[in-house]
Design a protein around this ligand. Structure first.
Ligand SMILES: Cc1cc2nc3c(=O)[nH]c(=O)nc-3n(C[C@H](O)[C@H](O)[C@H](O)COP(=O)(O)OP(=O)(O)OC[C@H]3O[C@@H](n4cnc5c(N)ncnc54)[C@H](O)[C@@H]3O)c2cc1C
Length: 371
């Protein structure tokens, strides 16, 4: 036999852990499960958004919608998960699970998956979600589609998780045909949570932690919050700027308006590439997908790669000196004008309103509507 080259040897070798051994019957796997991410008993918005989309998938599959809550003193999150659409919630509540650590959390997930056999498992594509999903998928083993932006199921009950690929030029739809559960992490802000309904009823199933304190080798000493961290995903107001802002000084104007409205500053990719603002502010296909109550787009033309990341905002105000700018098609309110005049005028007007409100005794205040 001719000697194999190193390349051929690698090619002919079955990838370890990637083939099911023998005939595996996956038919008893049923249900769509969302792993709820929380810190200090407060859930990440993406978890409720995922429950909203998963409700649609579960209904299409005629299967239950499940949630898994892990933490300490998190019982109320199980009720919240039901109010946001879950039929059954598994809760693992224990002091050892207070802070996220990969091993104790993944052990609980693996136990729940093996015991209750959901056919689909989803979590947010956050730092924690990516870490946990990777650990679980490797152990099971199963396939994992990371950072999905679209989800669906086909008639063979296969999850179709789509995500941008090849420098965002393609949308790839990925299926996991050989293993269960099918897993995906999903970008925050893409889906909408169902309206809160606390009249919904559901089952709560308690699950024991799967590791004792002395088995856990890592310890969380403290959390030091990054002071300057921009939080576009959870922001209720975003004031975003593009090439029209003209430079870092223009972003100062946007920052002042954002501060008065209690919001964050966003940016188009052009503004980031020109070095006027850091990438963590970028909204769009290669930046964050956001869903604030109010999105103000100043000096942004409205390219599809930008609008895909902000079009689900509740209200959009566009400020642009070109009346034909495509951004106006997405805006609830459009201001045709020079942002260097419009933005300071808005900041001044909102400052006055906020000032008047603070002078009024708390009980007599009318709610501050930004519009
Ligand atoms: C693979 C890929 C991924 C991408 N991902 C992203 C992404 O994630 N996010 C993103 O934003 N883009 C992304 N882009 C880039 C995108 O295609 C556009 O080039 C970009 O969004 C345009 O940015 P802009 O609107 O700031 O600039 P421009 O399109 O140049 O628009 C500037 C606007 O400012 C207005 N203006 C100028 N001066 C003023 C003034 N004084 N007052 C008021 N208005 C003024 C102009 O009328 C114009 O409409 C991506 C592109 C590719 C190919």
């Amino acid at each position: 036999m001719a000697e194999q080259t190193a390349k051929e040897r690698t090619r002919s070798k079955p990838a370890v852990g990637l083939q099911p051994t023998g005939e595996v019957d996956w038919s008893n796997y049923r249900g769509v499960m969302v792993v709820v991410e929380q810190r200090d008993g407060v859930a990440k918005k993406v978890s409720w958004q995922l429950l909203g989309e998963s409700r649609r998938l579960a209904d299409k599959l005629d299967a239950p919608l499940l949630a898994l809550v892990i933490g300490h003193d998190v019982e109320q999150l199980a009720k919240e998960a039901i109010a946001y659409g879950a039929d059954r919630v598994y809760v693992s509540d224990s002091p050892e699970l207070k802070d996220y650590r990969t091993r104790p959390y993944s052990r609980v997930c693996l136990h729940v998956i093996r015991e209750f056999k959901p056919e689909i498992v989803l979590m947010g594509a956050t730092y924690t979600g990516r870490d946990l999903a990777g650990a679980i998928a490797t152990h099971l083993p199963t396939g994992l589609t990371a950072d999905s932006t679209q989800l669906d199921v086909n008639e063979e009950r296969l999850l179709m998780a789509s995500r941008p690929a090849f420098s965002e030029k393609l949308l790839a739809t990925i299926l996991c045909k050989q293993f269960k559960p099918q897993m995906a992490t999903v970008r925050a802000g893409v889906f909408e949570a169902l309206p809160w309904d606390d009249s919904r009823t559901g089952e709560i199933v308690r699950v024991a932690p799967q590791m004792s304190a002395d088995e856990i080798v890592t310890e969380v000493l403290e959390f030091v919050a990054e002071k300057s961290r921009v939080n576009l995903e959870d922001a209720e107001v975003i004031v975003a700027g593009g090439r029209g802002v003209g430079g870092p000084a223009g972003f100062q104007l946007l920052d002042e308006l954002a501060k008065v409205l209690g919001g964050e500053v966003g940016a188009s990719r052009v503004a980031v590439e020109l070095g006027w603002i850091e990438h963590e502010h970028q909204v769009g296909q290669t930046g964050f997908t956001v869903r604030p109550k109010l999105y103000i787009a100043a000096g942004i033309s409205g390219a599809v790669q930008h609008t895909v990341g902000m079009q689900n905002s509740d209200y959009i105000i566009a400020i642009n000196k070109d009346p034909e700018a495509p951004i106006f098609k997405f805006a609830n309110y459009g201001i045709v004008g020079d942002l260097f005049q419009v933005v300071p005028a808005l900041t001044k007007a909102f400052k006055e309103r906020v000032g008047k409100r603070q002078e009024t005794p708390a009980g007599d205040r009318t709610p501050l509507h930004v519009m």
